[in-house]
Design a protein around this ligand. Sequence first.
Ligand code: ZN
Length: 201
Amino acid sequence: MTGTGKYFKNVQFDPEENLGLFRINEYGDGAELLWGYKNKGKFTSELPAHLMSHEVRLRIDPENRVVMHCHPTNLLAMTYVHDLDEKAFTRTLWQMSTESIVVFPDGVNVLPWMLCGTNEIGEATAEKMKTARIVVWAQHGIYGCGKDLDEAFGLIETAEKAAEIYMKIAHLPLKQTITDEALHQMEERFGVKGRDGWVDA
Ligand SMILES: [Zn+2]
């Protein structure tokens, strides 16, 4: 896990300074630092949300090893101007790029603004992780999950690109979009299934 007050961009230059690897004990009430947090570093304040999300995702998929939190610009921007209803938010992202429904057929779940770094937001995030691999924190950022860093990053990047397109076109008159019929064709062609009841509006 990244350290508190550390920047993700610096991880590549000095992983031992910016990351820590620790093991949760068998009772789940303590942790042992195995490596990293050089120079008295400490884990991120988002530890509760990360650990609770891991717990939920691992129950759904034992391969789901990565929970990544970041602040993608356009997804954040979207939470200021778009309805935060999860179905509406997801459908917009699906409509903004053809690959979206293939990459995140489970859609995105959304939390309203909440105080970060708390157990409350951790519990709320974990609850949302039960039905989607992406949880958006309004006006803050995103949690994305995957079996490895590459998959988690790709997932977040795909959602972020869709949000970027939305922010480029939202103020313009809409002439056409990706229809539900097209979404169904994508489901069939790529062997995915959009979240129950979310494709047909
Ligand atoms: Zn954050």
